[in-house]
Design a protein around this ligand. Structure first.
Ligand code: APR
Length: 229
């Protein structure tokens, strides 16, 4: 089976009703990033941050994977699909995809404030100030904040290096190191970029599908099956 690496961003979940970050009306228009998504914010006002993620986690419970998530899961019948997502939602999992890396963490998990490897599943439950991890430290969201490292990047680069096709869906490619992944494909690997307002990408073998995730992945599914099976 051909190996396909898929990098997804907030636009992948937009049609499930989850707002993106940098579109008009996006999350970062309504919340100061430094206050709710940075390690400094955690030291300064942890309870504001716990509330921010508790609200997003509770909202996720009412959200459903969209047809784009389902198409990516069904493509596993024909291809070795490996998803590297910047999203912290669980929609790829709930759609049935089986190879998923979360570069920026997962809303449904929490971890020790001291040991990033001490992770527990919390589903859609809130984390309250005073909730403790097994090591006795304050429980925190298992989310990569600005100013923190991206440990899953190593595996994401490996997947990208092995890929025969790369697909990018719904990301402004504004945040590194995630955005840099597209530079790790081998020479001449085709890159399909699905986004209604595609970010400027300069590379050979680039195929832009200027559509939303669902419509774009419907088109891409036809192309992949016709051309690469
Ligand atoms: N379908 C596909 N793409 C869409 C849709 C849609 N329905 N709606 C919007 N988009 C596109 C936008 O055009 C934009 O290119 O999704 C992208 C969203 O960009 P951002 O809001 O910057 O989200 P993302 O690229 O995922 O941000 C990366 O930044 O703040 C951090 O950790 C956060 O993981 C996030 C990272």
């Amino acid at each position: 089976m051909k190996k396909i690496v898929v990098l997804t961003g907030a636009g992948m979940s937009a049609q499930s009703g989850i707002s993106t970050f940098r579109d008009s009306g996006g999350l970062w228009e309504n919340y100061p990033v430094q206050e709710v998504a940075s390690i400094e914010g955690w030291y300064r006002n942890p309870e504001i941050m716990l509330t921010f993620y508790n609200e997003r986690r509770a909202g996720l419970k009412e959200t459903r994977p969209n047809k784009g998530h389902l198409i990516l899961a069904s493509l596993e019948k024909h291809f070795d699909i490996r998803i590297v997502t910047q999203n912290i939602d669980d929609l790829h999992e709930r759609a049935g995809s089986t190879q998923i890396l979360h570069l920026h963490g997962e809303l449904t998990k929490a971890r020790s404030s001291d040991d990033p490897g001490l992770i527990i599943e919390i589903g859609y439950d809130p984390i309250k100030w005073g909730d403790k991890a097994p090591d006795g430290t304050q429980l925190r969201p298992h989310v990569v904040w600005f100013g923190e490292s991206v440990p899953e990047m190593t595996r994401a680069v490996e997947w990208t290096r092995q890929a025969e096709i790369m697909v990018v869906v719904g990301t402004s490619l504004a945040v590194y190191p995630a955005a840099g992944l597209i530079d790790f494909t081998r020479e001449n690997v085709p890159l399909f970029l699905i986004d209604p307002k595609p970010a400027p990408v300069r590379r050979t073998n680039l195929h832009i599908i200027a559509e939303k995730a669902v419509e774009g992945l419907e088109q891409l599914e036809k192309i992949l099956i016709a051309k690469y099976l």
